[in-house]
Ligand binder design. Structure first.
Ligand code: PEP
Ligand code: MN
Length: 333
């Protein structure tokens, strides 16, 4: 349920409504929109009639949300815009998160950061903890990788996006990263989702390999229900019978998410296709269907990449793509 308050409602009025709800066991979430303030309330509905909330000062209306996802829902807020360092994610802004699959060395990451920044990327990606299908594959530089990311971030004024794989390392990753990424394989790791719900940094939730729209939104609901409202969704392809591509990019989910949720939604055409030649067309298509941005793997030398070289763009190809993406973005905004 949400209690819609006027934008001009007084702090005392908001507090009074929150207190009344909390006194009968509701958990409340205060969410500020442009045109209204909303108090999201989760709890036992049987108490509601006795509270007479609609008679309280500042209350405009009470809305019952039928969907299982509440705080992520469009009914709560028109749109979420997230500011992180020099970047703004959501709304009319074009977000491009670029960088290598994994941080391999300081030289490699600094070169990647310099080149993607020069082409217009707004955030830098790079995995320090890598979820690999084989235990014998490169697992990432771990804390050393985080330190390298921080150096590159300062040098090139690019906020960092990096994956956190388990609950034990959330505080460590949050110490260095500007945005924490929950990987596709962890989308339903509910303990991890709850843990990142307690930090004060934005979280990207990649769509699980076989996740439905509802399961994906419920993952975001987990994070928000713990009090972290800065969530970004990332479509990265789903498993189908098709083996010609690494995954199948589900572009139809983008307009559906935008209709259902106020959260920003971006697309990762690199992991979706597994093939650098398909990255540019899918990236352009993603913006045409309304994605707020992209996450793209770029390596200074893809042939030498320790991870996902086949799907990584060269800096030159990324530069050309950025020019096209800017044109498409301008066409729609
Ligand atoms: C990644 O972005 O580095 C990654 C491993 O992606 P996904 O979780 O989507 O497979
Ligand atoms: Mn990768």
């Amino acid at each position: 349920m949400i209690v819609v308050m006027g934008v001009d409602s007084k702090n005392e009025e908001i507090e009074a409504v929150k207190n009344k709800l909390e006194n009968v066991g509701f958990k409340t979430h205060l969410i500020y929109g442009v045109e209204r303030i909303v108090i999201g309330a989760v709890g036992d509905k049987r108490f509601l009639p006795s509270l007479s909330l609609e008679l309280m000062a500042g209350v405009k209306k009470i809305v019952h949300i039928m969907n299982p996802y509440k705080l992520v829902s469009k009914e709560v807020k028109e749109e979420t815009i997230i500011k992180v360092g020099s970047a703004t994610i959501g709304g009319k802004n074009l977000t491009v998160i670029a960088g290598p699959c994994a941080v391999e060395s300081e030289d490699q990451l600094m070169a990647a950061a310099r080149l993607v920044k020069a082409s217009g990327a707004t955030l830098l990606r790079g995995g320090a903890f890598k979820p690999r299908s084989s235990p014998y594959s490169f697992q990432g530089l771990q804390e050393e990788g985080l330190k390298i990311l921080k150096i590159a971030s300062h040098e090139y004024d690019l906020p960092i996006v990096t994956e956190v794989m388990n609950t034990k390392t959330v505080d460590l990753v949050a110490e260095y990263a500007d945005v924490l990424q929950i990987g596709a394989r962890n989308m339903q790791n509910f303990d991890l989702l709850k843990e990142v719900g307690h930090i004060k940094k934005p979280v990207i939730i990649k769509r699980g390999l076989c996740a439905t729209l509802e399961e994906w939104l419920m993952a975001a609901e987990y994070v928000m229900s713990e009090g972290n409202y800065e969530v970004i969704l990332c479509e990265r392809g789903i498993r189908t019978f098709e083996t010609a591509t690494r995954n199948t990019l589900d572009l139809s989910i983008i307009p559906l998410i935008k209709e259902t949720s106020h959260l920003p939604v971006i697309v990762d055409p690199s992991h979706a296709t597994g093939n650098w030649k398909l990255v540019a067309p899918m990236a352009k298509g993603s913006l045409a269907v309304g994605a707020h941005g992209l996450m793209i793997e770029v390596h200074p030398n893809p042939n030498e990449a320790l991870c996902d070289g086949n799907q990584s763009l060269t800096p030159e190809n990324f530069h050309v793509l950025m020019g096209d993406l800017t044109k498409i973005h301008n066409l729609f905004h």
